[in-house]
Every structure is written in structure tokens, then in C-alpha cells.
Write a protein that binds this ligand. Sequence first.
Ligand SMILES: NC(=O)c1ccc[n+]([C@@H]2O[C@H](COP(=O)([O-])OP(=O)(O)OC[C@H]3O[C@@H](n4cnc5c(N)ncnc54)[C@H](O)[C@@H]3O)[C@@H](O)[C@H]2O)c1
Ligand SMILES: O=C(O)[C@H](O)COP(=O)(O)O
Length: 528
Amino acid sequence: MLKILVTDDIAKTGVEVLESMPGATVDVRTGLSESELLEAIADAHALVVRSQTTVTDKVIQAARNLRVIGRAGVGVDNIDLESATRHGVLVINAPDGNTIAAAEHTFAMMISLARHIPVANRDLLAGNWNRKRFVGVELRGKTLAILGMGRIGTEVAKRAKVFGMNVIGYDPFLTEERALSLGIVKASLDDAIAEADFITVHTPLTKETHHMIDAARLQTLKRGVRIVNCARGGIIDELALCDALRTEQVAGAAIDVFESEPLREDHPLRSFDNVILTPHLGASTVEAQENVAIQVAEQIVRVLKDEPFDHAVNLPSLSAEQKARLTPYLALAEKLGLFAAQLAQGAPSNIRVTYAGDASAPDGGYLTRTVLKGLLGFQYRGEINYVNALQFAEESGIRVQEVRETRGRVYTNEISISFVTDGGLHQLTGTLYSESGPRIVELDGYPIDMPSEGVLLFTRHKDQPGMIGRIGTFLGDAQVNIAGMQVGRRESGGEAIMLLAVDRSVSPDVIGQIASVDGILMVRAIEL
Ligand SMILES: NC(=O)c1ccc[n+]([C@@H]2O[C@H](COP(=O)([O-])OP(=O)(O)OC[C@H]3O[C@@H](n4cnc5c(N)ncnc54)[C@H](O)[C@@H]3O)[C@@H](O)[C@H]2O)c1
Ligand SMILES: O=C(O)[C@H](O)COP(=O)(O)O
């Protein structure tokens, strides 16, 4: 039975999607302490969180069966991605389900700030009628700097244009064309903020964006600027912002996210009339919560069922077209990796994977990850998967090289693996026949043609009379039926190879008997 642990409040509809998975139990336990989380995660196969659960290295290490962490939302800064990747745990998120909610919240904050709505409301409820005290400013004609022009930044820009604002966008990935099509100006960070009346941040929190607006930058801003943060606490230096509010360098701020959440009771940000604070509500709409919960739940189910999934955070993303083209090659790549693992004697130190012809299109490294999953996963008992294969190889000092060639040497598509072990250099090539699927077509330099499935027996031996007969006799005596055979040699009397497809596993005893035949140089049983 698979266990799916949900540790933050997600919409019921998402939980229902998880519950509909046959063979899975769903355990919803919110508000856990660290020790309770460590206990609950120990036997879980999937974990679903929002921003409240902090998924540390310790939590990931405690999770013996964990395959996937799903974030019902965008930001994954509460998840130790490096640790997840190292432990082969896939992290997925729901990147677009709350975009509109967050953009609308940003706008609500900006308008509330411009028109003093929260403080005027408080004042009126206290029994006052102060019309003069709350004169605001219009958005029309003002300059808005948007830092981070991704999904939310873009939706904020569209709304700002409708309000008649001049919008300047800063984002390393913003092109002139896209800026033009949105009717905004693209600028550097310092140019974007220099003339802004309003600034809103919409980047993730990373090493680069941490304190992107710090004390020094706050001093370069136009006096009386208003600042909104509905992205992540820590992008703006909170204490420096408080100083700038005190000196009235900043006329107001609207903050939804904080360096430490929940915001502590005595935090200085709580003391300003011109500061609007909301408790991380950007994504808190009925619609957004349903979207992200359903989206993440559907992907979790797909991951657990070994079906193709979207929105992986710690794997490269592929287009639908790339995925469709890649799918048949994945089977070939994994079989080649498995074959290589059983051919090798000892761990490989140098692996080169060559993609040729139709197999050579860019694939975000998925095929090499798959080869490594087969090769290293076999040798290291399945601890290796797509997520950690490259990292594992790197940490183990295994050099992995990818080569792409426009044409195959013989076939329209070829994947070749060569690797060095203590036992020497090995090389094998596979291809994908449209009618008969993955096939092995070259082994240690000898051309062959064998389906890459079932049980195979591979020998390298001296090319001398009687070898095939003697091997056949051992197999016959052990009741192992031969289904197919390929032989090859370079010159008469030199070295030869034989690859047999057999109907069932060959025992170590029989392998030992074959190995003892005079003239046998190497024998391997390979199960694919
Ligand atoms: N308050 C909330 O409840 C709430 C809701 C949803 C999202 N968010 C947060 O909002 C942020 C944006 O979300 P999104 O969905 O638009 O993400 P996104 O990935 O679509 O956009 C982020 C953009 O930031 C840009 N960026 C990254 N580093 C940058 C840098 N150093 N300088 C400038 N730009 C940089 C990226 O190029 C990208 O275009 C995230 O931090 C997310 O966690 C908060
Ligand atoms: O990154 C996000 O998606 C938002 O910050 C929402 O966080 P939440 O799911 O905790 O509301």
C-alpha cells in the first residue's frame, strides 16, 4: 500500500484525487511538529505541502520510501531541493494555478496602499470620520517597476496597463519583443527602480534575489515610493524597509510574505499606519486552491503510477512534442544501461553515451539519465533514479560524456554506450526498429542483431571448432532452451563472440561450467 502524506491544508478536491488512486492511503495531518513530521514521513511514498511545512534534509533522510514531494503552489523555497535531488526524490509543483490570485492580491495591495483603505477602515470603525486624513494618490500616470516578469509579474503588468500606469519590467529573461507586446519598457534593475512611484517584486527567493532591495538600494529610490511584496519574504530587507519608512523615504509598503512566517508579534513592520500586512494570502482564493490542489494531486498520482508527469522542479522540463518523441527511446536507453551493467565487471569510471541520427535531438539529458538509471541502478540496487543519476555519477567520480552525431553509422537512429571498468573497455549499440522495438545491434565492436529483452548469454571466446556445441550442451543439460543465436568474429581463429537468447535464467553453476571451457575468455548472463 502506498502512503500519501499531506501536511498542509489543501483543497478537498485535491485530497479526493489522491484518495481515488487504487492501492494508496491518504493521511492528512496538518500542523505537525518536527518530531511528528519525522515520524509520519518515515513510511510515506509521497508528501504534499504548501508553504508551511519545511522539508529539510533531516525530513528527507527520515523518509525511507519517499518518491515525490508535491508543492500545491509555486514557491519551493521551503523544500531542500539539493537534498531531495541527492536522495532521488522528485519535487513537483503547481506553477500556474494561483497566478491570477497572486496578481489580483498584488493589485488589491497596491490600490489599498494608494488609497489608505485598511487604515481608513480601522479609523472609521473606531468611531471617526476623517475625510482629510486619507487623501490618496491615483495609479494612472504613475510608474510601476515590476521586478520579475514571470507568470505573476506579467499578469500584474497587464492590469497596470489597464489602469494607465507606465510599466517598467526587470527580468533577465524578458526580451524586447515581449516587453513591446505587453506595452512595457524593459530595463536593468537599477534603472527600473530609479524612477518608480510603485515597485512590486515577483521573483522567486534565491541567492541572487535575497535582499535584492536592501538598505543601499532603498536610498537610490524616488522619495515617496510605495513598495509591494507578494512574492517571498527576504527579497526586500525587512529591517532596512522599516528604516526607510521611518525616514519617509518610502511612503508606504504592502507586504504579504515575510522573512520568517508567521510574522512575530513584536515585528517592527506591525507598527506603521502606512504599512499593509496580510498573512501570506496571495494564493488564498477558492479558485486558486482548487487549481493547485488538483494539479499537484494529479501529478503525484501519475508519478506513483510511473506515468509521464509535468512540472518537475528538479528535472529539466520538456515540451509535449519532445516527450512524445523521446518516449520510445527511453525503453532502449534503459535496456542498454541494464545490459551494460551486467556486461561490466566492477563500476565504470568513464561512460560515454553517443546519440546518432533520430536519437540525437536535444532531450534535456533524459536519455543519459535513463542509461545511468539502468547502468548504475543495477549496480547500486535501485538507489539510482532519473532524479539523482547525474548527481550520483558526479559524486562518485564517474565521468559521463554525451556525444551527438547527426547520422548513425549503420541505422537511422543509434544509441551507443562505451565505458571503462577494471575488466577493460566495453561498447554496445542499440537501435529502435519501428516494427520490432529496441534491439542490440553491436557488442564490443561486433555487429549483431538481438531484441533487447529477456535472458541473454554472452560469451567472448577463441574462434575454434566445438565452442558452440559445448556451450549448447551445458545449457541443454540444465534444461535451458536456446531461442536465438548470434555469432561474430573478425578473423578465422581469432577472437569471437556469441550472444544467445534463452528461455530462462542461467544458474551461476552453469555459468561456471561454461567459463571453465578451454578457450572461453568471458561469459555473462544478462537479464533485461
Ligand atoms: N504570496 C503568495 O501567496 C504567492 C502566490 C504565488 C506565487 N508567489 C511567489 O511569487 C513569485 C513569482 O511567482 P511566478 O509564478 O510568477 O513565478 P515565475 O517562475 O513564473 O516567475 C518568476 C520570474 O522571476 C524571474 N527572476 C528570477 N530571478 C530573477 C532575478 N534575480 N532578477 C529578476 N528576475 C528574476 C524569472 O526569470 C521569472 O521570469 C514566486 O516567489 C512565488 O513563490 C507568492
Ligand atoms: O508560492 C506560492 O504558491 C504561494 O506562496 C502560496 O503559498 P501557500 O500555498 O502557502 O498559500
